[in-house]
Design a protein around this ligand. Structure first.
Ligand code: ZN
Length: 344
């Protein structure tokens, strides 16, 4: 196929690995910055575009934290969440599990009940007005230690919002061993939440094994280093444990040195359920449609193959069975109509 972009743009999609604050586009950041003129974040779009041009990973962290600093009130939370859904609707994303780090907000003084109400209000509006179904993954910011883990588990269990489906673990992996988080995952799983930690993004396959055996992971965030361990690939394939692959993010963070060397091919060849995701899209200069185009090129996929990736995400999602069926049918119908189209 020549240019996959038009097909991908219209394709109904699900996204399983995308961060709340990390989805704040320059448009959203400008709105938030205008609400808080004392912040150092520029408000005019041109200066903001420069601000968002990352020089290195340290710069990414700096910008990320300055966006975190703009989220000070429940109304900021609501605005960010709804506007993220608007950006999703523009890409025909119909369902997204958004990774939210409530600890960063409650620590900054946003009352926890108001925080939950703000995301839930945005979720209901996004579904009613934009046709985007949102679900939450509450994740532990690994770098903030066990106190953050304790607080995140408590919020997930005691303040559980209706849209919460899963429990995650993000932040750096090096020096942040997965097994120490076992009690918090146990608590979340006992409450019926799904386990979806990041693992094997910047460390080896043992981290993924730890996520599987100790944290009882049902999907793996990234799992890039799984290709170094054939037994692990076999295990993932056999148990249909999906990998949430984020190609451009892996390049931006140097988890993978060159996009041409991205291990997504080996994952697919091993029969692993691979999903394509955008992680922190505006911060990595990408969006989900672009990630699908990157994956299509690396995997040499035609329209059916690309639709197959979209259906992998539906299968691996925590959407209810009827919702999964509906979305999978939408993908099939769209693809069939496209392939029958007069221009093709
Ligand atoms: Zn992530």
């Amino acid at each position: 196929m020549t240019d996959p972009h038009p097909f991908i743009a219209g394709l109904p999609k699900a996204e399983l690995h995308v961060h709340h604050v990390g989805s704040a586009s320059p448009r959203i950041v400008a709105e938030l910055a205008a609400r808080h003129p004392d912040s150092k974040v520029p408000t005019d779009p041109e200066a903001l575009a420069d601000y968002f041009t990352f020089t290195d990973f340290a710069h990414f962290i700096e910008v990320y934290l300055s966006v975190v600093d703009l989220i000070r009130t429940p109304e900021d939370v609501r605005l960010l969440t709804f506007e993220v859904a608007r950006d999703m609707a523009r890409q025909n994303i119909r369902y997204a599990e958004l990774t939210v780090t409530p600890f960063s907000s409650t620590r900054r003084g946003i009352p926890e009940v108001a925080f939950m109400e703000a995301i839930e209000d945005a979720r209901r509006s996004a579904e009613a007005e934009l046709g985007v179904i949102l679900r939450w993954c509450f994740d532990i910011p690994g770098e903030a230690g066990l106190q953050a883990a304790e607080e995140t588990a408590r919020l997930a269990v005691e303040r559980r919002p209706d849209g919460l489906v899963s429990f995650g673990l993000g932040g750096p992996e090096i020096g942040v061993e997965r097994p120490q988080f076992k009690p918090y995952f146990d608590r979340a799983i006992a409450e019926g939440l799904h386990s979806v930690p990041h693992a094997g993004e910047t460390t080896g396959p043992q981290t993924i094994w730890d996520a599987l055996t100790v944290l009882r992971a049902e999907r793996i965030g990234h799992g890039t280093s799984s290709v170094q361990d054939p037994k692990l690939l076999e295990h993932l394939a056999e148990h249909r444990i999906a990998l949430e692959v984020c190609p451009t993010s892996n390049i931006a963070t140097r988890a993978v040195t060159d996009i041409e060397l991205h291990p997504i091919r080996e994952m697919v060849q091993a029969g692993v359920l691979v999903t394509v995701n955008s992680d922190d899209p505006p911060m990595f200069g990408t969006d989900l449609n672009n990630e699908y185009a990157v994956a299509a090129r690396l995997l040499k996929l035609d329209e059916q193959g690309i639709a197959g990736l979209a259906k992998n995400a539906v299968e691996a999602s925590f959407l209810d069975p009827a919702g999964k069926r509906r979305l999978a049918e939408e993908i099939d119908t769209y693809t069939a109509n496209w392939l029958r189209g007069p221009a093709r």
